[in-house]
Design a protein around this ligand. Structure first.
Ligand code: ADP
Ligand code: MG
Length: 240
């Protein structure tokens, strides 16, 4: 179980700030966030709508540039990355899973997963990820032929196919009914426990914090509190 033994820091965020607009209309979406993310942990970021969760995830994922502060991935400052390195970081280190799945409807399941796949390092990665997410039989279907839960599993397979070691999940169950949502959480926890992936789940649903190895509560762009669950709940046993 996570927590025993030495912790390896993957991400180190210091005094991270992001503002939108200026003058009277300034919005401090992130207002001095400090955060470490450890390899192999399941981190839940909990906060109500507008608290800055998606902004934080987008900064960590190199999707948007901070207004101030620093983000280090394995000791390297990502805001110093040249465009090419930032693209490689997004492609190979980070996988994104969104509430709305964001699959390409004209492509099959297999083609969607292949989009980000790192086949140079592993020619079998697409099939391995389809297998891992239980999608082998759906590989030639199109997204519209799948249920919401299946589509989200495709999105997770795609997020992992680039060899990502960190999975950033922004309200990953938000578009699903709670039973289907639970199946997705079970998958995410399994990827963490059995495959060593680092999983960050952003949510406004308090019950989901029970399954986190660690929980961070954000409010108004600041971290309000952080705690460790000594015995994280199995996702199977969570309901909301
Ligand atoms: P959450 O994901 O927790 O709901 P967000 O990170 O999306 O919160 O937003 C945090 C704050 O920043 C909100 O007040 C939101 O309105 C504002 N915000 C987010 N993105 C933008 C943007 N592109 N332009 C202006 N304001 C934004
Ligand atoms: Mg959001």
């Amino acid at each position: 179980m996570f927590g025993s033994g030495q912790k390896e820091t993957l991400l180190e965020v210091q005094n991270l700030r992001k503002t939108y607009g200026s003058g009277d209309n300034i919005v401090r979406a992130l207002d001095g966030v400090d955060l470490e993310v450890y390899k192999g942990e399941l981190l839940v970021i909990l906060g109500s709508s507008g608290s800055g969760k998606s902004t934080l995830l987008n900064m960590i994922g190199g999707m948007d540039r901070p207004s101030g502060g620093s983000i280090r991935y394995r000791g390297r400052e990502i805001s110093h990355f040249k465009d090419r390195d930032l693209t490689l970081y997004r492609k190979n280190c980070i996988g994104f899973v969104f509430q709305a799945f964001n699959l390409i409807s004209e492509l099959t399941v297999r083609e969607n997963v292949a989009l980000t796949a790192d086949t140079k390092n592993n020619p079998d990665i697409v099939d391995e990820m389809l297998d891992l997410l239980g999608l082998e039989e759906k590989k030639n279907k199109y997204p519209s032929q799948l249920s919401g839960g299946q589509q989200q599993r495709v999105a997770i397979a795609r997020a992992l196919a680039g060899n990502a070691d960190i999975l950033l999940c922004d309200e990953p169950t938000g578009a699903l009914d709670s039973e289907t949502g639970k199946q997705i959480l079970i998958q995410l926890q399994k990827l963490c426990r059995e495959n060593g992936k680092t999983v960050i789940i952003v949510t406004h649903t308090r019950e989901m914090s029970l399954m986190g190895d660690r929980v961070i509560r954000v409010k108004d762009g600041k971290i309000q509190s952080t705690w460790v669950n000594d015995e994280p709940e199995d996702a199977e046993r969570i309901s909301w």
